[in-house]
Design a protein around this ligand. Structure first.
Ligand code: SF4
Length: 386
């Protein structure tokens, strides 16, 4: 069964056909992304249409503010911005500058995120603004994550229109992804709320370096979250990502306590976070704190940005990590960025038969029946319809 004709046996779902999906990809790439007309062309404050009062901050003396959106808690002077570059203090009030001006738009297979237990075989309307609250030395999207909003080409797309566009493109979900959706919190939150009203699912792909209160508010509106767990080592977070590990682990626990679907990705970077002892320690923590059913993806690193000196991750390392995680008791462990590897498939953890077969980002066949293994009837955790 191809991507197009994904059905659950006994529960035929209204999926986009392969032809429709590809047509929509083509249409989108021809018309929507990277519209440049607004760049520097709307007067002295080109970001004015996208400026909204920030949701999380405290006022400090002397017209200063403290941002309380992420663990950096930037203290920001008047007319200055926080570390992420998308929040600005204007006379003692704090503003987001990225409400409705995405600089990256696309329709991706949901498997690309990767989500493997969330609406498999469907298209995800994906967007991002500029800015990030970390600076990973291997960031794949550093051109936007490390830019300020006025330095990228954006398209005006407010939440209602974004959801309408996603539906028009026959996507089943709308995602904040590419850079860091928690720094465009207000925009993504409004999109998620609108999506729910219109019967569309929403999700974010995040590093999880966020404070608890905003994340809890986010979780009330979202249907799924994918967290990039960068490493299980504090020093890696500090030196390679300019972040911290502890708040990310707290975010993972907060998500798991909610109703929102969670998957975790671990990009295995040769020599930096590929210690099997550390990977085993991480898997033990995941099993204890989050449970065995949270899918874990070990994905392949390729040299990029500031880590061009390192080789790609050997496939054998990914397979070793996957085997180690399963030996620690995790049920759904994957290899990623290795098309054709058997570790891309979903296997029923009870009878070990394949229940979803994949090739790269494409679905080859879904065997599930109403979210259950067709062979042994075990329930496979995930969001299979919607
Ligand atoms: S969200 Fe941005 S401004 Fe706020 S604390 Fe984090 S890095 Fe600083």
């Amino acid at each position: 069964m191809t991507l197009s004709s994904v059905k659950e046996r006994g529960t035929e779902t209204a999926m986009v056909s392969r032809r429709q999906f590809l047509k929509s990809l083509c249409l989108f790439s021809c018309t929507a992304p990277f519209v440049s007309g607004l760049l520097g062309s709307t007067g002295s404050d080109p970001l004015a249409p996208f400026t909204r009062k920030a949701r999380y901050y405290e006022k400090l003396p002397g017209r200063r503010v403290r941002c309380t959106l992420c663990p950096r808690e930037c203290r920001v002077g008047n007319r200055e911005r926080g570390y992420c570059g998308v929040r600005e203090n204007r006379d003692g009030e704090y503003y987001t500058l990225v409400y409705g001006n995405p600089c990256s738009l696309g329709i991706d297979p949901i498997e690309k995120k990767p989500f493997f237990h969330f609406l498999p075989g469907t298209g995800a309307f994906s967007l991002s603004t500029a800015g990030c609250n970390m600076n990973c030395r291997y960031c794949q999207n550093w051109e936007i994550s490390q830019s300020r909003p006025e330095n990228v080409r954006w398209q005006s797309l407010f939440p209602k229109d974004a959801v309408k566009e996603a539906q028009r493109r026959q996507c089943r979900s709308i995602l904040g992804t590419y850079a860091e959706p928690t720094v465009f919190f207000e925009y993504m939150l409004a999109i998620a709320r609108e999506a729910r009203q219109q019967g569309l699912k929403s999700a974010i792909v995040s590093a999880g370096f966020t404070r608890k209160e905003p994340m809890e508010e986010f979780l009330k509106a979202l249907d799924a979250v994918k967290i990039d767990l960068k490493s299980f080592d504090d020093e890696f977070y500090r030196k390679i990502c300019v972040g911290e590990r502890a708040p990310v682990l707290e975010t993972l626990k907060t998500i798991r306590k909610s109703e929102v679907w969670l998957e975790i990705v671990y990009l295995v970077v040769p020599t930096l976070n590929d210690s099997m002892d550390k990977i085993k320690e991480m898997c033990q923590w995941i099993k204890k704190e989050l449970g065995s059913d949270v899918p874990l993806h070990f994905t392949r690193f390729h040299p990029i940005y500031k880590l061009k000196n390192l080789p790609s991750t050997p496939v054998a390392t990914l397979q070793k990590a996957r085997n180690a995680a399963m030996a620690e008791g995790l049920h759904y462990v994957y290899t990623g960025n290795v098309p054709g590897d058997p570790g891309e498939n979903t296997y029923c953890h009870h009878c070990r038969k394949p229940v979803i077969e994949r090739a790269g980002f494409m679905i080859k066949k879904i065997h599930l029946i109403k979210g259950k293994c067709p062979y042994c009837k075990e329930r496979i955790p995930g969001v299979w319809e919607g």
